[in-house]
Design a protein around this ligand. Structure first.
Ligand SMILES: *[C@@H]1O[C@H](CO)[C@@H](O)[C@H](O)[C@H]1NC(C)=O
Ligand SMILES: *[C@@H]1O[C@H](CO)[C@@H](O)[C@H](O)[C@H]1NC(C)=O
Ligand SMILES: *[C@@H]1O[C@H](CO)[C@@H](O)[C@H](O)[C@H]1NC(C)=O
Ligand SMILES: *[C@@H]1O[C@H](CO)[C@@H](O)[C@H](O)[C@H]1NC(C)=O
Ligand SMILES: [Zn+2]
Length: 433
């Protein structure tokens, strides 16, 4: 499927005579796409410091494709994810963005719903008690909607065996003492659900667009909104003004569906013209990918991870310049922060969290509480241009992980996304197809 997908998109790419024009439009021409202006008034506080509050984190997992015919390891590993990984990371919530099941025929050519695949999914949720440990928000992907004559059909097993069990988009608010955070699901699966390969694209009709606008309005008082769905926006057909406009108040749209394009595109991240990040995560099916994301003092950060690789490390302050957006985040807090902040998790206890900036050793971050480590810094020492922060984490079993990114305290500096990723995520492929 991944290879088929890759071929389809790559052929689409080659066939598109628009490619040159579009590539220019999406960033090869030299000037970065215009970013929205900062919203007033500016909110420098609370700024990241030595407090254990104002922070939470969650996970995303996508394209699990539990199958009765192929790779039982998908289920075995999912069970370990729901127990060991969840126990160590303790996310506030988990977004499972569709293709929970594979729903293929034995020869892998056709499609059909298999109740046993759904039973396998639900029994993992139940056995691991993951729904008691965290908020598990699962939605349908195109595979979960194959061959379903109507939502009322008994074959709509999502209604019986998922955690959410409710068709359509919904709005979940994660409420904390320091703010409200909206998570809006985007259901663009087809109803009735056609068989393979006729539901590669999702559809939003006027009614669904209206519902989504209402959810967007409802979330306007929240500190942040995250939208999550199965399809990339480039594989959703939607009426004017288009799905990207409807979600323009979102800090990020988290999705799946394209897997890693058969390994060709392990990173599919971009930013909409309206400022919203679109972050596709690689699949669980073949690549065992998942993602951690965090809001630290209302600054958004995330890392794409591989299952069972430890330590897991996320630098939450200073956050990555590439994924910064002054329209959605109080970026001035970087300059007002007193501490570098890092989340670090592992199977055994963390023994060191070393911080370097521009290759120069800055110090060891100190354990604050839970997975939070902090190191005092003076951001004014880095107020010019951009800098590279590197964090090396070691645990007591000798495991080690190094992560790095570019940050900047200057708001007029921008980095550009990979033009090919932007092309894949921002082109309306159904137009090309
Ligand atoms: C969340 O928003 C509220 C209301 O605007 C604000 O008082 C609070 O400081 C925000 N939380 C954080 C962590 O910035
Ligand atoms: C979160 O939302 C509730 C209900 O709308 C509101 O009463 C509360 O003040 C909000 N909390 C924060 C910190 O903004
Ligand atoms: C900031 O820079 C000054 C001068 O280069 C140096 O003495 C000081 O230690 C630096 N402070 C921090 C927190 O890095
Ligand atoms: C930043 O740049 C200005 C002007 O180029 C210079 O005077 C100042 O020393 C620089 N500050 C730091 C912290 O490098
Ligand atoms: Zn999939």
């Amino acid at each position: 499927m991944a290879t088929g997908l890759a071929i389809r998109v790559v052929v689409g790419l080659a066939a598109a005579s628009l490619a040159a024009v579009l590539l220019e439009h999406y960033g090869l021409s030299g000037s970065p796409s215009p970013l929205p202006q900062p919203r007033a008034p500016r909110r420098p506080h609370p700024a990241p410091g030595l407090g254990a509050t104002n922070i939470f984190w969650g996970l995303q997992i996508s394209d699990i494709h539990l199958s009765r015919f192929r790779d039982p390891g998908r289920a075995v590993d999912l069970e370990k994810f729901c127990s060991e990984t969840i126990d160590i990371i303790q996310p506030a919530l988990v977004l499972a963005t569709g293709d929970l099941t594979d729903a293929k025929t034995k020869d892998m050519l056709g499609s059909m719903q298999h109740e046993v695949e759904w039973q396998a999914y639900y029994s993992i949720l139940k056995k691991t008690r993951v729904m008691e440990k965290t908020k598990w928000l699962d939605i349908k992907g195109n595979h979960d909607a194959f061959n379903i004559p109507s939502l009322e059909s008994v074959e709509n097993y999502y209604r019986k065996y998922s955690a959410v069990r409710r068709d359509g988009s919904f709005h979940y608010v994660h409420s904390t003492p320091f703010g409200n955070y909206s998570f809006i699901s985007l259901d663009a699966t087809l109803n009735p659900g056609p068989k393979r390969p006729y539901n590669f694209f999702g559809i939003l009709d006027e009614k669904r667009m209206k519902e989504l606008s209402i959810l967007a309005k409802e979330s306007s008082q929240s500190n942040h909104s995250i939208w999550f769905g199965h399809f990339t926006t480039s594989t959703i057909l939607s009426p004017s003004p288009g799905i990207r406009s409807i979600m323009s108040s979102a800090t990020a749209y988290l999705c799946g569906h394209l897997h890693t394009l058969g390994g060709l595109m392990p990173v599919l991240h971009t930013r909409h013209f309206q400022g919203t990040l679109e972050l596709e995560v690689g699949d669980w099916k073949q690549n065992r990918r998942y993602r951690i994301f965090a809001f630290d003092h209302d600054l958004f950060s995330f890392a794409d991870l591989i299952f069972d690789e430890w330590p897991v490390v996320l630098i939450t302050n200073p956050k990555s310049l590439l994924y910064s957006c002054a329209k959605h985040e109080p970026l001035e807090r970087l300059l007002h922060s007193t501490h570098i902040r890092v989340l670090a998790f592992s199977l055994s206890s963390i023994t060191s969290v070393t911080v370097k900036i521009d290759g120069v050793h800055l110090g060891q971050a100190i354990h604050l509480s839970g997975p939070i480590f902090t190191l005092k810094w003076n951001p004014r020492n880095f107020s010019n241009s951009s800098h590279k922060i590197e964090v090396i984490v070691q645990d007591s079993a000798g495991r080690s992980k190094s992560v790095h990114h570019i940050f900047s305290l200057q708001e007029d500096i921008h980095l550009r996304f990979d033009p090919l990723a932007s092309f894949i995520l921002l082109t309306d492929h159904y137009m090309v197809g």
